[in-house]
Design a protein around this ligand. Structure first.
Ligand code: IVH
Length: 714
């Protein structure tokens, strides 16, 4: 890929104000003088994000961005304790119950879990070390048993059963008081409404989530109905559970996975893993992927295993949870503030983050395709630092409504290439620059045309553009084009990298000295290595000489004009019979050629209109490439080959595949690679395979080589 930078975000004083100024800001960059204003602004933002998240189930920023701002405020409060306000959002947890729901006080508080900040195996070791220390274990004591579970990304919910009947269900709320969602929970089909053999009072806690497939289907329905899509499955689950009208909840397919207990009138088991098995036995869904293990290395291995399986799970997880398995040990460990000492969450690096779109580069690929690439202020996402992301094409930029300088949400999940998910237009700087794709190739300056079929832009300077040169030369030299033997990928790389060849025309001015001189790099290193061997060079020069005698059809095909394959090249040659006539042809003249439709016609016209291409073509002719005047197209007749489509399969007794193909094409026929109802004949040789079977299945005529030769002569 060759790149050119087209648009730079100007240094924008405005982008350093408002919400965007917090991007990439660290606490120690804030002076005491600036701190009060920065802290007030952070508090205001966090409160807004809290409302978006807890009240409306519609966050405008990824969790990682929220966490970062929250941490920023916390560290500023630690640095300047006298500036900490009493109503700071850092001294609040969770959200208030939504208006309209009855409030429920949890008989046993719904706690949060401590999150290990280290995403690596170190996080698992730190947790184990802390547990051993808190339990007063020596190095020589045996390893601790842990239950490893998935960390579901949904809505914590508590289900209360009395005498085996579901009597109430509540969201977590602020941990002490939640919202009564009993009616809504009753619509979740996998939640048992009654239990056999359960304790008199049993509170089962777990997560209400939406499966990824159901989330996508829901968003499609939202879009069809002109409603706003949900940002992710967790918000969709929350928005669906926290509905005042349970008929709406019933229409959304929600799931519940159990993972712990609240109030319970008798003990279910002596271990956490035992509790999960009992819950499963009572009819609650419990995730299959959980495991009892010993010691820190096994914790880290589970963290990794779940990461590998993450993409194929039906629901989203944002990490794993480790819990001391022995409930007696849990009781000994107890709680600190509102977090149990016996558990921790070991998360995965955030997959979404906010950063600034600093510019858009346009890259030109080997086939001439122009791809806009977002240049981003470096941001940590999906476990790596990302500084650019593909924007695919201009339609995608319009769809995202991007302007340079925008704050954007970037996503990188697993090994998938990073992408810009959306912009945050409410934060747009007033001087943000709109982007337009260039009308000339940023690498070679040739005209750019839009390929409607593929919705992308392409450079038309195929014969001239350095970005496309290696591929164009390989195609030019290929067997069915100019047929230059000995010009494979390695040699083309060398010729272009050594600067010997810039266009296909330069091939014909290569000489023995240039080909066999030492490579530039080896000459510098003092150990000269020839660009190519003496014999290879001689052979190449000879085949270049031979290739000068060709046909107009081969030459046209070799030029590599987009959409002009062998068959079209032959049709063009037979119709126009001279290169000059083709160069001069306009759309309507081109459309008269059989096989040429509008897409092909405009591609041909653009190719020959491009002055860069014309000068390369002139240079090729000046180098001595020539051909006989082509014959007029053979008239199509029932008996002949002209106008018929053939498929070759198996080994023919005397002709090679290429010879057979050449002769069919020369006689005005077509050769296709696969059998369809449009195939007229399948020519079958020895060991013909599936194509023969398909021909028979479709009732296509099957002939042998002798019959083909007869038709060709015929
Ligand atoms: S146990 C006392 N297990 O993580 C610990 N929580 O901050 C009680 N979560 O909102 C929680 N998966 O909803 C536990 N396998 C799991 C979990 C899990 C997700 C959530 C839970 C809570 C948060 C804890």
């Amino acid at each position: 890929m060759q790149t050119d930078t087209l648009f730079e975000a100007e240094p924008q004083p405005e982008s350093r104000t408002g919400e965007n100024r917090f991007i990439g800001l660290a606490a120690d960059q804030v002076s005491e003088g600036d701190a009060p204003a920065v802290m007030a602004e952070l508090a205001r933002l966090i409160e807004r994000f809290n409302r978006e998240y807890y009240e409306f189930d519609a966050p405008s920023v990824p969790d990682a961005e929220y966490d970062r701002l929250f941490e920023l405020l916390r560290s500023l409060e630690a640095r300047f304790p006298h500036l900490k306000r009493e109503d700071s959002p850092t001294s609040r947890v969770g959200g208030a119950p939504r208006e309209g729901f009855r409030k429920v006080r949890h008989s046993v508080p719904m706690l949060s879990i401590h999150t290990e900040t280290d995403f690596s195996a170190e996080g698992a070791r730190a947790f184990d070390a802390r547990i051993r220390r808190d339990l007063g274990l020596e190095e020589t004591d045996p390893p601790v048993s842990y239950d490893c579970e998935l960390k579901f990304d949904g809505l914590a919910t508590s289900l209360r059963y009395e005498k085996g009947r579901l009597v109430s269900a509540a969201t977590r709320g602020d941990g002490l008081v939640g919202e009564d969602v009993t009616e809504n929970v009753r619509t979740i089909r996998t939640i048992p409404l009654s239990l056999e053999g359960a304790p008199d009072v049993l509170e089962v806690r777990g997560e209400v989530i939406m499966h990824k497939a159901d989330f996508e289907a829901l968003n499609r329905r939202q879009a069809e109905a002109g409603e706003k899509p949900f940002a992710n499955p967790r918000n969709a689950a929350a928005g669906s559970l926290r509905q005042l009208d349970s008929r709406i909840t019933a229409k959304r397919r929600l799931h519940f996975y159990a993972y712990s207990l609240g109030e319970c009138s008798e003990s279910l088991a002596a271990t956490q893993s035992g509790v999960l098995e009992r819950l499963r036995g009572l009819g609650f869904p419990v995730a299959d992927l959980h495991r009892t293990v010993q010691g820190p290395e096994a914790l880290a291995a589970f963290h990794e295993e779940a990461a590998r399986k993450r993409a194929s799970l039906p629901f989203e997880i944002d990490g794993v949870v480790y819990k001391v398995d022995d409930l007696a040990l849990e009781a000994r460990l107890g709680f600190i503030a509102r977090e149990p000492r016996w558990a921790c969450a070991h998360k995965y690096p955030p997959e979404e983050a906010v950063t600034i779109l600093e510019g858009i580069d346009v890259q030109v690929g080997r086939t001439g395709r122009l791809t806009p690439v977002a240049r981003l202020r470096p941001v940590y996402v999906g476990g790596v630092t990302v500084s650019n992301a593909t924007l695919h094409n201009e339609d995608r930029i319009a769809e995202l409504d991007l302007a340079i300088g925008d704050a954007v949400v970037v996503r990188r999940a697993g090994d998938v290439i990073p992408e810009v998910l959306r912009a945050l237009p409410e934060r747009r700087a007033p001087n943000a620059l709109r982007f337009k794709m260039p009308q000339a190739c940023p690498v070679c300056g040739s005209a750019v045309v839009r390929d409607e079929e593929e919705k992308d832009l392409r450079c038309t300077g195929g014969l001239f553009c350095p970005a496309q040169m290696k591929l164009s030369i390989l195609h030019f030299a290929s067997r069915r084009a100019m047929g230059i033997d000995g010009l494979g990928e390695k040699i083309v790389d060398m010729l272009v990298d050594e600067g010997l060849v810039k266009t296909p025309a330069d091939l014909f001015s290569l000489d023995f000295e240039a080909l066999t001189a030492p490579t530039a790099a080896s000459a510098e290193s003092g150990k000269p290595v020839r660009r190519m061997g003496l014999k290879t060079a001689e052979n190449l020069l000879a085949s270049l000489e031979r290739a000068k005698e060709t046909t107009l059809a081969r030459f046209l095909f070799a030029l590599g004009c987009r959409h002009v394959g062998e068959v079209t090249a032959l049709s063009l040659a037979q119709h126009f019979r001279s290169l000059e006539a083709i160069e001069a042809a306009d759309q309507s003249a081109l459309l008269e050629v059989s096989d040429v439709g509008e897409v092909i016609a405009s591609s041909i016209e653009a190719f020959f209109k491009e002055p860069h291409n014309r000068s390369v073509i002139e240079a090729l002719l000046a180098a001595g490439i020539h051909w006989p005047t082509p014959s007029a197209p053979a008239a199509s007749s029932d008996a002949g080959v002209a106008g018929k489509t053939f498929v070759l399969t198996g080994t023919l007794p005397t002709l090679t595949r290429d010879e057979a193909k050449d002769r069919i094409i020369a006689a005005g026929g077509k050769v296709s690679g696969s059998v369809s109802r449009r195939t007229n004949y399948v020519v079958a040789g020895a060991e013909a395979g599936s194509k023969l079977a398909k021909a028979e299945a479709l009732g296509v005529a099957v002939i042998d080589e002798a019959e083909l030769l007869a038709m060709l002569e015929g």
